[in-house]
Write a protein that binds this ligand. Structure first.
Ligand code: ATP
Length: 369
């Protein structure tokens, strides 16, 4: 296989369970060394994709190739995959060392090589010295790292992580995200992480495959999905949005477009995607942190849409502040600003809301109500 060939190539896989289309022509690839998150709400088809890739399930149509080889007839153990499950699935009666060496032993790796590799992966997951403990003598985070070490030990072509952090408390989840990412980068493994947690996907993945109802909605780096969502589902799944219903009226000479909201507001927006076949936008999405809240009459440097608004509520969130705002037409907006100690408008004050055309993103699809 060549260096540019994907390690995993999933082509047009479909799977039905009775009348449910669990997967509908799903295609994506994993390039060497990249970490991809398969993200989406419950029931969108993440587990089905993972099970097909791992060989526990057969697709009705489509092909899975690993390292350039068609896996249609390969059994799970013939796929050179490392699996890490949500509940770690460690063998409780075995020590850490025995757990980590298990896969290599089954493959007939000689003892000396097994021990060398065990020490290497336990160092990688920062558990050296705990070889003789049993899983019950470890914290949840440590057990999770043993599961990583065990999966990494036989040098798999690809690691599949199924909701790897969801059994941990919020704080630990947060810390382990980065640790896990570092372990994967240091190991240079190609990884697919299945998660329903958008923050986890954004923090860990080089690219996100976002699914809904068995279909891929968008594939790309976290930032492009967050900042350039192609449809309303992608925009709303990855964070909060202010929505404006309406139509694109005209293209403007400066490269932006004039969008007329249903309430009659004129917004200069980023020009909709000009690619042939891109669906017409049904609305505009603006992230709350892209709205600037300034005193009415303040001069602003730069190119902004300005809307007069009244502050209805102010929520203190620690590092951030959230404003609930009302436009004269009665429309409500949400703005999030950094709490940096500057004097703040109070509820009842009239302010100006400013937003750059580049931060007004036209999207297709049904807008959330
Ligand atoms: N064995 C099965 N029999 C019948 N329907 C199934 C089966 N497995 C999955 N489904 C259905 O297929 C769809 C996709 O399920 P899947 O488990 O892949 O979703 P998911 O994204 O992993 O969800 P979750 O995050 O809740 O685990 C769902 O509608 C589910 O009910």
């Amino acid at each position: 296989m060549t260096a540019s060939q994907p390690v995993v190539d999933i082509q047009n896989i479909s799977k039905r369970y009775g009348r449910t289309a669990a997967l509908d022509r799903v295609s994506f690839e994993l390039k060497r060394g990249e970490c991809v998150a398969l993200l989406g709400p419950s029931g969108c088809g993440k587990t089905t994709t993972l099970r097909i890739l791992a060989g526990f399930e057969r697709p009705d149509a489509g092909v899975v190739a690993i390292d350039g080889r068609d896996m249609s007839n390969a059994r799970p153990y013939e796929r050179n995959i490392g699996l890490v499950f949500q509940d770690y699935a460690l063998f409780p009666h075995m020590t850490v060392a025995e757990n980590v060496e298990y896969g290599m032993k089954r493959r007939g790796v000689p003892k000396a090589e097994r021990e060398r590799r065990r020490r290497e992966v336990l160092r990688l997951v920062r558990l050296d010295g705990l070889d003789e403990r049993r899983p019950s003598q470890l914290s949840g985070g440590q057990q999770q790292r043993v599961a990583m070490a065990r999966a990494l030990a036989p040098n798999p072509s690809v690691m599949l992580l199924d909701e790897p952090l969801s059994n941990l408390d919020a704080r630990l989840r947060h810390d382990l995200r980065h640790e896990l990412r570092e372990i994967l980068s240091a190991a240079g493994t190609t990884t697919l992480i299945v998660t329903h947690d958008q923050e986890e996907a954004i923090a860990m993945a080089d690219r996100i495959v976002l699914m809904n109802h068995g279909r891929i909605q968008q594939i790309g780096p976290p930032r492009s999905l967050y900042e350039r969502p192609e449809n309303a589902f992608v925009a709303s799944f990855l964070g909060r949005c202010n929505w404006f219903d309406g139509v694109v009226e005209s293209a403007l000479p400066d490269g932006s477009a004039l969008f007329r909201t249903t309430e009659g507001l004129a917004l200069r927006v980023r020009l909709p995607d000009p690619r042939v076949g891109a669906p017409a936008p049904s609305g505009v999405a603006v992230r709350p942190e892209r709205l600037h809240v300034v005193e009415a009459g303040t001069e602003l440097d730069g190119d902004f849409n300005r809307l007069p608004a009244t502050v209805t509520r102010l929520h203190y969130l620690g590092a951030d502040l959230r404003f609930d705002l009302t436009l004269p037409e009665g429309r409500r907006l949400e703005a999030v600003v950094k709490a940096d100690g500057r004097p703040l408008p109070a509820p009842g004050d009239t302010v100006a809301v400013a937003v750059a055309p580049a931060d007004c993103v036209p999207v297709a699809g049904d807008l959330p109500q």
